[in-house]
Ligand binder design. Structure first.
Ligand code: SAH
Length: 391
C-alpha cells in the first residue's frame, strides 16, 4: 500500500483518531492539522510520545504538561484509548490470557507467562493465519487480516496496564521479554510487525531491548534476512521435522521453502554468534517426529549454526490429529541433542487450563463443540485452506 503523504491523517468524518501506533512523523502531522504545529512542534511531539509510550496514560486529560490549547484541540479529535478486552483469564500457574477486540470487531489473543527471572508476553501478528501447520490450532483458522503497528504495540500496552507497569523503568520489569509467537506468521506481515516492534523498542518509550525480543517464523525464507537487518531481534524457527517428507506434511509451508533453503537462511541470519543463537522450535508429536533417529538427524542438520533447540511437548486442542510424545521419548530426544553440544530445554506447557499454551490460540467458538464433529471440521478447514492455496 502506498501512503499519500499529502492526505490528511485526521479522519475526514470528524471522528477521533487513536494516536497509539503513530510514529513521530505522524504525530507531527496531527499537530499540523490541528493548527498546533509551529515552533514548539518538536517539543510537543516529544511530550505526546512520553505520555503515550513511557507513562502509558489512557486519556488525553492526563497529559498534564501539554498546553491548555493543545489539550483542548486533541480532546476534540484524538484519543489514546485501549482496545476492549473481551476476556481476561488467569491460569493456576500464573499465566494470563487476554482476548482483545479491535474497533472493527476482530479479535486476537495475547498471553503473559511469568517466570522466576523474567516475564514473557506472547504477541499475535495476524487475526488468523495463512499457514496450515497441522498441529496448530490457529492453523485451522483462515487469515482474516493483518494487524497494524498500533495493534502490535497495543498488545504490549494492555499487558503493562494489567501489570501496573507504567511508567517505563529500566529494570525490575515484570514484562521483560516479548515473543512474536501468538496468532499469525510475523514474516507474512513484516512491515507492520517491524513498525510495531520499533515502537516497543524506542528508547524514549517502552524501551524494550531487541535482545529481549524474539520473532518466530515457520520458515518464510525470503524475509528472514530483513528481520535480522532491520530489527536485530532474536530469531526462532519452527522446524518440527528433519526430513522434507515429514515437514511437508506437518508444516506445508515447507513445500515452498524446503529444509535445505531454510537452513541456509539460518546460516545467513545477520548477527549470529555464540551469544546470539537461533532457537529451533520442535513440537514433540508422538510417533511422528520424536524418535532417537530424528534427534540425531536434527543435530546433523543444524551443525555449525549457533543454536539452541526448544522442545515443545504438543499441546492438544479439540479435534487435533496428534498426541503428545511420551515423557521418555522427549527425555531421550533432549539428551541426544544436549550431548551434541546444544542446549535442549523442554518447554513446560504453561496456561493449559485456559487454552493459552503454544498452538492453542484461536479466536472463535469452535472449541466448545464435540470432539468428533471438531475433527471433521479441522480436516475440512485444512483441506479448504490447502485448496485455496493451490488455486
Ligand atoms: N507462525 C510463527 C509464529 C507462531 S509461533 C511460527 O510458526 O513460528 C507458535 C509456536 O508454537 C510455533 O513454534 C509453533 O510451531 C508452536 N506450536 C503450534 N501449535 C502447537 C501445539 N499444538 N503444541 C505445541 N506447540 C505448538
Amino acid at each position: 500500500m502506498t501512503v499519500d503523504v499529502q492526505a490528511p491523517i485526521l479522519p475526514a468524518d470528524g471522528s477521533k483518531l487513536n494516536l497509539i501506533g503513530l510514529d513521530r512523523e505522524a504525530l507531527g502531522r496531527v499537530l499540523d492539522e490541528l493548527g498546533q504545529g509551529g515552533k514548539p512542534r518538536r517539543m510537543r511531539i516529544q511530550q505526546l510520545w512520553h505520555w503515550m509510550y513511557s507513562r502509558g496514560v489512557t486519556t488525553i486529560e492526563d497529559m498534564t504538561t501539554l498546553s491548555k490549547d493543545l489539550r483542548a484541540a486533541l480532546l476534540e479529535r484524538a484519543t489514546v484509548a485501549r482496545p476492549e478486552i473481551t476476556k481476561s483469564l488467569l491460569s493456576v500457574d500464573g499465566t494470563r490470557k487476554w482476548l482483545v477486540k479491535w474497533p472493527d470487531g476482530q479479535e486476537v489473543e495475547s498471553v503473559f507467562i511469568p517466570d522466576d527471572d523474567r516475564g514473557t508476553l506472547c504477541v499475535s501478528s495476524q487475526v488468523g493465519c495463512t499457514l496450515t501447520c497441522r498441529f496448530c490450532h490457529t492453523g485451522t483458522q483462515t487469515l482474516v487480516r493483518n494487524l497494524g503497528p498500533a495493534e502490535i504495540v497495543q498488545q504490549v500496552m494492555i499487558a503493562r496496564d494489567a501489570l501496573g507497569e507504567w511508567p517505563s523503568s529500566p529494570d525490575g520489569r515484570l514484562l521483560s521479554n516479548i515473543v512474536m509467537m501468538g496468532m499469525g506468521e510475523p514474516l507474512y506481515n513484516f512491515d507492520n510487525v517491524a513498525a510495531g516492534l520499533k515502537l516497543v523498542m524506542d528508547n524514549e518509550g517502552i524501551s524494550l531491548s531487541r535482545r529481549r525480543i524474539t520473532l518466530s517464523t515457520a520458515g518464510v525464507v525470503p524475509m528472514m534476512k530483513r528481520a535480522g537487518e532491520e530489527l536485530g531481534v532474536n530469531l526462532a524457527v519452527s522446524l518440527h521435522a528433519v526430513t522434507d517428507e515429514i515437514r511437508d506434511r506437518i508444516v506445508p509451508l515447507n513445500k515452498k521453502y524446503p529444509i535445505n533453503e531454510l537452513m541456509q537462511a539460518c546460516r545467513d541470519y545477520p548477527g549470529l554468534n555464540n551469544a546470539r543463537r537461533i532457537t529451533f522450535e520442535y513440537v514433540m508429536l508422538r510417533d511422528v517426529n520424536d524418535s532417537p533417529a530424528d534427534a540425531r538427524a536434527l543435530v546433523k542438520l543444524i551443525k555449525g549454526i549457533p543454536a539452541k533447540v526448544n522442545l515443545i511437548p504438543f499441546n492438544p486442542w479439540p479435534g487435533a490429529p496428534f498426541e503428545r510424545s511420551t515423557p521418555e521419548a522427549i527425555k531421550t530426544f533432549s539428551q541426544i541433542v544436549f550431548d551434541a553440544g546444544y542446549a535442549s530445554p523442554v518447554r513446560t506447557p504453561r496456561g493449559e487450563d485456559i487454552m493459552a499454551a503454544c498452538g492453542q490460540l484461536k479466536s472463535d467458538s469452535v472449541r466448545q463443540r464435540k470432539a468428533d464433529l471438531l475433527r471433521r471440521e479441522v480436516d475440512a478447514a485444512f483441506a479448504a485452506k490447502d485448496a485455496a492455496a493451490v488455486a
